[in-house]
Design a protein around this ligand. Structure first.
Ligand code: Z5A
Length: 220
C-alpha cells in the first residue's frame, strides 16, 4: 500500500479522551461550527467509519467467550484503520474537506499501549505501515478525572457494557496518563481541553482552538 500523502487542502482533526469525556457530543458541535464557517466537514469515528471497518468495530468491542489478546486487539484496530484511511480519510482530505474523527492512532497508543502494555515501537511500526506520514493536524484531548468520565458514560450505557466499558478504574487511569504523556511529547499537535468543565465552556474552548487552526491555515 502506498504511504504517500497527496497534496491536500483539507484538515485532519481528531478528538481523544477516556470514556465519557464527551467526544461524540463535541464532534457534533465541531461539525456544526465548521459548517457555519464555510467548511465541508466529514465527521467520522474509529474504530469504524466505513461499512467493513464498522464490522471490525463490532468484533473488537463485543464481549464474547473467546479471548482477545492485547496484540489481537491492536491488529484489529489497525485493520479497521487501514480501511478507514484508504476509503474515507485520504479521499476526503484530497477533496479539501475537514475531517473530524472521533479517535485515531493516539487511542491505540493510550489504550493498547499504556492501558494494555503493547510495545510502543510495534504500534509506531503499524502506524507507519497503515497511514505513513498522515497525522492529525490537530488533536483535541478531552481530559477529565476517570471517575467523572465513567459516571457520565454509565448514565448513557445500555444494560450490557462492551469490552472497554467493562474495564476497571485502574485501566482508565493508565489510559488517561498515556494520553497526557502523548500531549507532553507533542504539545504543538495535542491540545488539552478540560472536559470536566460545563459543556458550554468546553464548546467555547473548542471553538477557540478551531478558530486558531483556521487562522493558521489562512496565513499558510
Ligand atoms: N479504542 C481502542 O482501544 N483503541 C483504538 O485505537 C480506538 C478505540 C480507535 C470505543 O470507542 C472503544 O474503542 C473505546 C476505546 C477503544 N472504549 N472506551 N472507553 P468510542 O469512542 O466509540 O467509545 P467511548 O469512549 O466509549 O465513547 P463514549 O463513551 O461514547 O464517550 P464520549 O463520546 O467521549 O462521550 P459522550 O457520549 O459525548 O458523552 C457522554 C455523556 O456525557 C453524554 O450523556 C453527554 O451528554 C455528557 N457530557 C458530555 N460532555 C459533558 C460536559 N462537559 N458536562 C456534562 N456532561 C457532559
Amino acid at each position: 500500500m502506498s504511504t504517500r500523502v497527496p497534496a491536500r487542502a483539507g484538515k485532519f482533526i481528531t478528538l481523544e479522551g477516556i470514556e465519557g469525556a464527551g467526544k461524540s457530543t463535541l464532534a457534533q458541535f465541531m461539525s456544526a461550527w465548521l459548517g457555519r464557517h464555510g467548511f465541508t466537514v466529514r465527521l467520522t469515528r474509529e474504530p469504524g467509519g466505513t461499512p467493513l471497518a464498522e464490522r471490525v468495530r463490532q468484533i473488537v468491542l463485543e464481549r464474547g467467550a473467546e479471548p482477545v489478546s492485547p496484540l489481537t486487539e491492536t491488529l484489529l484496530m489497525f485493520a479497521a484503520r487501514a480501511l478507514h484511511v484508504q476509503n474515507v480519510i485520504r479521499p476526503a482530505l484530497a477533496r479539501g474537506e475537514w475531517v473530524v474523527c472521533d479517535r485515531f492512532t493516539d487511542a491505540t497508543r493510550a489504550y493498547q499501549g499504556s492501558g494494555r502494555g503493547v510495545d510502543a515501537a510495534l504500534i509506531d511500526a503499524l502506524a507507519l505501515a497503515v497511514h505513513g506520514d498522515l497525522k492529525p493536524d490537530c488533536t483535541l484531548l478531552l481530559d477529565l478525572p476517570v471517575r467523572v468520565g465513567l459516571a457520565r458514560a454509565r448514565t448513557r450505557q445500555g444494560a450490557t457494557a462492551d469490552r472497554f466499558e467493562a474495564e476497571t478504574v485502574g485501566f482508565f487511569e493508565k489510559v488517561r496518563e498515556g494520553y497526557l504523556a502523548l500531549a507532553r511529547r507533542e504539545p504543538q499537535r495535542l491540545r488539552i481541553i478540560d472536559a470536566a468543565a460545563p459543556l458550554s465552556e468546553v464548546e467555547q474552548r473548542i471553538a477557540q482552538a478551531l478558530g486558531e487552526l483556521q487562522a493558521r491555515e489562512g496565513r499558510a
